[in-house]
Design a protein around this ligand. Structure first.
Ligand SMILES: [Zn+2]
Length: 493
């Protein structure tokens, strides 16, 4: 998946970034940044993991990066036939997941998220929107209305506002080498010089680099794999890909293994007896859905669930700095600060079978108002009702159409994978439809049959979070988790 180069005649938007470097140590001391740059840096936290997997696989000044097992999970979804998912929309949702915070960053000039922003659709049959009772509103194109026609009449609801980024217009910031964002006050910069032990002030010089989208993608990659992204970026050092599995065991030991309360997903795994290596699992659609849902989770929400222990480059530092930024002087509001520290899933991206503690945003109630002007039927969608004496002949409440629904099935909150069916899941989270033949050939090449045993794994919240974390750090995500939770896997059949 190579990125297409911007055509040479296209004006590339650039933001200058002032950086203080130590020439003797070849190290960035800190950078000083304004709104343009800080907004896009903070937008990383709002990006769903699927978007991140797609962006880091692109060519920028740095070669494509693979992220643990997340990249292979993403690939496997793109290879999956649509018939294994409820609707074609499901596949699009997983490969181009929306962000619940898209309105904050979609118009930023350095925005790197190429996902189409949410659009709103009504039934192509105008009469359907004029019906008494309830009409439908869809946030995906070409869904089926309950009348059987397509929902393809695009509408632009009133009172939808695009927000101007995350930070205040006039605020300036200090960005540390690990991408922590600090308010720009003199004492902070002096403290940093002291903390870094900089004695030779003559070696310190100021440098300005131009940041375009290409450089933003570089920084996204580095934030996930490097402990010193700015230094690596400025001095074009090869990013140190830290040993991929610095699993922080103590974090998992903090609590008991999941209790029996709450939903659990049962997976039958084939494990190599000799080294406890996970070979593959035969799983029902609930486990496939659980893994697919990783792609829809916003990075900030994931870092919140992992409580600052993602072990991913230094992205936890960026996330932590939100809590230190003032909601008056730096960020645009307290509400925004809370949202950014723990972004939710976008509307209709969560599902009822989710075992992880993350929810989706809710949408305001929309109304459709219709009126006739001469012979032309007009229609307005807004969040408020309108009195009929304004000339509107009708105001009706719109119900959001579930993205995976069809005429025959309006059950809300279903997952992505179509069931009942069985999927094969490999250690690096490649999900494919189960086939006995491919299972046997896969095993034959890997392990003598006598060295195999079946384990039943029961996945609750704790195990689920461990799999999520391992998906970011390890290409043997499930072996990794099996080794941490030896007890649960002893529950043979
Ligand atoms: Zn209709």
């Amino acid at each position: 998946m190579a990125a297409t180069e911007a055509p040479s005649n296209e004006q590339v938007y650039k933001v200058p970034l002032k950086v203080l470097v130590d020439r003797s140590l070849n190290k960035v001391v800190f950078a000083e940044a304004r709104k343009d740059f800080v907004d896009v840096l903070l937008s990383f936290l709002a990006l769903p993991l699927g978007t991140i997997a797609r962006l880091v696989a692109m060519e920028s000044n740095i070669p494509p990066v693979k992220l643990g097992s997340l990249s292979s999970l993403y690939e496997s979804v793109s290879n999956l036939e649509e018939e294994h998912l409820w609707t074609p929309t499901c596949k699009e949702m997983l490969l181009h997941p929306r962000s619940s915070m898209e309105s904050y960053y979609q118009h930023l000039k350095l925005n790197i998220d190429d996902t189409q922003p949410t659009k709103y659709f009504l039934c192509e049959n105008l009469e359907c929107s004029r019906k008494y009772g309830e009409s439908l509103l869809s946030i995906f194109n070409n869904q089926r209305c309950s009348c059987g026609k397509l929902m393809n009449r695009i509408v632009y609801p009133e009172n939808i506002t695009l927000e101007n980024g995350f930070v205040n217009e006039t605020a300036t910031f200090i960005i540390c080498d690990d991408l922590s964002v600090l308010p720009n006050v003199l004492v902070t910069s002096l403290n940093l010089l002291e903390k870094l032990g900089i004695k030779d002030m003559d070696a310190i010089e100021e440098q300005t680099v131009d940041i375009s989208k290409r450089e933003v993608v570089d920084l996204l990659k580095l934030s996930l794999i490097s402990k010193s992204p700015l230094t690596d970026f400025i001095f074009e050092k090869k990013p140190r890909v830290d040993d991929l599995n610095p699993t922080n065991e103590s974090w998992f030991e903090k609590g008991e293994e999941s209790s029996d309360e709450g939903r659990r997903i049962v997976v039958r795994a084939l494990v190599k007896k000799s080294n406890k290596k996970f070979m593959f699992a035969g799983a029902e659609e609930d486990f496939a859905d659980f893994l697919f849902s990783f792609l829809t989770l916003p990075l900030g929400g994931v870092l919140h669930m992992l409580e600052g222990n993602s072990s991913l480059g230094c992205i936890d530092e960026l996330h932590k700095s939100i809590s230190e930024l003032s909601p008056d002087r730096c960020l645009r509001s307290q509400r925004l600060k809370e949202e950014l520290a723990n972004p939710k899933c976008a509307l209709q991206f969560a599902f009822s079978g989710q075992i992880l503690p993350i929810v989706e945003v809710s949408l305001p109630v929309y109304y459709c108002h219709t009126f006739t002007d001469g012979k032309i039927n007009n229609l307005v969608v807004s969040t408020s009702t309108r009195p009929i004496y304004y000339g509107y002949d009708r105001s009706i409440q719109l119900k959001i159409l579930d993205r995976k629904s069809s005429i025959v099935d309006l059950r809300i909150g279903k997952g992505f994978a179509k069931g009942p069916s069985t999927f094969m899941v490999t250690d690096d989270l490649v999900v494919s439809p189960m086939s006995a033949i491919s299972a046997v050939s896969y095993l034959r090449s890997q392990v003598p049959l006598s060295d195999l045993e079946e384990r039943v794994i029961s996945v609750g919240v704790k195990e689920g979070l461990a799999i999520l974390k391992a998906s970011l750090n390890s290409t043997s995500a499930l072996s990794n988790v099996l080794q941490q939770f030896t007890k649960i896997t002893e529950l043979e059949n």
